[in-house]
Write a protein that binds this ligand. Sequence first.
Ligand code: VGL
Ligand code: ZN
Length: 212
Amino acid sequence: METAATDALLVIDAQNDFCEGGALAVQGGAGIMPLINRLAERFDTVIATQDWHTPDQISFPSNHDGATPFTEIEVAYGRQMLWPDHCLQGTLGADFHPDVLPAVTKALAVVRKGYNPAVDSYSGFYENDRRTATGLAGLLRDRGVKRVFLCGLAYDYCVRFTAEDAVREGFEAVVIEDACRAIAEETAAAAKAGFAALGVVEIAATDLTPHS
Ligand code: VGL
Ligand code: ZN
């Protein structure tokens, strides 16, 4: 698959808290950073997302009496998974992983998400209420982007929701599978099914050839 000038690489939540030793560590998370840097070199447009929560974030167990992480609660916009408190604004855990700095340096924008305490946000396009837009779609359109390639963390949550919203927003979406890592097997399988249903394409990094 050849890249085009109208492609963008979306680097999803390549942050310390999603890597080994972080608050919501994804197995193998840090290991994909060198590949993400190599990918970023091949795209004219790179945009990063950054999970960016306040302490009163609704998906934090610490804000619900007796709640445990990885269980679901009912909130105003539907069911919401509780996650270990993570990616607190201004903390080391919310920083980009040091190994991905070349890609983040190349990024023309960092789109932050999850900063609304009452609504979690997996997708880089919309908060989990599915109504509040981050502005990413407009940014991409204004730049003439037609197709987005996705990499980062986590495959089964923020990569998945961003890829699916990209298609809903009228972009082609291509997930670079070996440049992602998932939180859990079962949700990774659900992501795959969702991708197939919505027309999100999956490739390996080696399938990519840069445009001239
Ligand atoms: C993510 C759960 C909570 C992600 C972020 O980046 O996939 N998952 N916050
Ligand atoms: Zn989060």
